[in-house]
Design a protein. Sequence first.
Length: 180
Amino acid sequence: MKNSVKILREAKNLTQNELAEKSGLSLRTIQRIEAGNVLKGFTLNAIARALETRQENVTADSVENDETARAKLINLSALSGLVLPFGGIIFPLILTFKTADSTNKTLGKQIVSVQILLTAVLSVLMIISPFLQKSLALQFPLFMVFLAAFILIKLYIIFRNGMSLNQKNDLDVKLKYPFL
């Protein structure tokens, strides 16, 4: 995650040396700030003035990745469904409803809706698989094919949504009309 000072400095097309000269601070101080040191007092004022912005903008952490951090955790928790029955619904649902941020809550509801739909489809397929197997006179257990397909689809969706959250701060695989 980029530091807000670094983002503001790069937006102004300044090097660390140029920011140091403009703010009256040493290059080493600028490097420490961009490495994550907390800004206070004189240093905070000098950086804000040099970057021509308010102090709140300088002290705020970058929101480019933090905005969906909870949604990333909710998406990852859906993997628990591979180990625990209905874990891919229960854990994301708990994390979603314990989330205060409305953006992450909306994304979490989307993730849970997709997981509920996947689980419902798998359940129906598992119920009808013995009947299909018998009617098609298959020798291998058909439910294993459905189970393997479910696992692969679930992994694909979680991976795809994780990548999309990192790049676009939005989900790639979601329902048009979520039911949560």
